[in-house]
Design a protein around this ligand. Structure first.
Ligand code: CA2
Length: 152
């Protein structure tokens, strides 16, 4: 039997999410991004996958990281934050990937202002989780691992 290589999953956080836990905790929770990332990485270890995380406030940097992901990882979790609602560039970059992509939102974007109801990026994702706070990232990770198991 060939040796099984550990699956790699990338988690990308978009603009302003580096400020989590410091403002608007009633919408986005009390946890900092550093704490959420540590929890995601630990959950990945328990699930037997290697998790990398990345945050940027810059659209072009997010596009670059998504393009790089095509070569490096087996699944992608992304919270494009405000770019969810505006970015054709992120949608196009996600569309080019041949790996499963889960879009995550901490808040339930459909219960908020109408401009948040439309996701430009969701059509390029395999699925979407919104409104479950930081647990959305953990569920997305689990979904990617299960998809992988279902496929093999
Ligand atoms: O609910 C989500 O995860 C969002 O992607 C968060 C974005 C928002 O524009 C989307 O509509 C929904 C905003 C992220 C802003 O992050 C903050 C962090 C700390 C304090 C305030 C905002």
């Amino acid at each position: 039997m060939p040796p099984t290589t550990m699956k790699r999953i990338l988690v990308i956080h978009g603009p302003n999410l580096n400020r989590l836990g410091r403002r608007e905790p009633e919408i986005y929770g009390h946890h900092t991004l550093e704490a959420i990332d540590a929890e995601i990485i630990q959950a990945g270890e328990a699930l037997g996958v290697i998790v990398q995380t990345f945050q940027s406030n810059h659209e072009g940097e997010l596009v670059d990281r998504i393009q790089q992901a095509a070569e490096e990882v087996d699944g992608l979790v992304i919270n494009p934050a405000a770019y969810t609602h505006t970015s054709v560039a992120l949608r196009d970059a996600l569309q080019m990937l041949d790996i499963p992509v889960i879009e995550v939102h901490l808040s339930n974007i459909y219960r908020r202002e109408s401009f948040r109801h439309h996701s430009m990026t969701a059509a390029a994702a395999t699925g979407q989780i919104a409104g479950l706070g930081k647990n959305g990232y953990l569920l997305a990770l689990e979904a990617l691992v299960r998809m992988d198991a279902d496929a093999s």
